[in-house]
Design a protein around this ligand. Sequence first.
Ligand code: ZN
Ligand code: ZN
Ligand code: ZN
Ligand code: ZN
Length: 122
Amino acid sequence: MAAAADAGYDPSAALAATSTCAHCQREIPSSNIDLHSAHCARNLQKCEHCGEMVARKLMDKHYNEDHAPVNCDLCKEIIQREIWDLHKRDHCPQRIVACEYCEFELPAVELHEHQVLFYCCL
Ligand SMILES: [Zn+2]
Ligand SMILES: [Zn+2]
Ligand SMILES: [Zn+2]
Ligand SMILES: [Zn+2]
């Protein structure tokens, strides 16, 4: 490999030179960055809830799947997405729990009554 290369053109340098796209945070070859960046800006949108870059046409879907409040079909409450897991597991008054004494399964909201009124724990 002698100095047969075209003057001023060094393929390895061209490959190594990348810039970070401000929109998608990916490493893009510098030769493409302008094109890429314009493309990204046109097609991606920063999600105001999680800061992720999301394709504009998928933003509604992204919001609905990741951020929209959830309508709990057990208690009919509207639950913020951040506490949805907690709600399902520990907070929903209508979640099904097993009585610790008789193992009867019933909505959490009725557990106390079940244990006290029906004396199941005695
Ligand atoms: Zn990009
Ligand atoms: Zn988001
Ligand atoms: Zn609920
Ligand atoms: Zn019981």
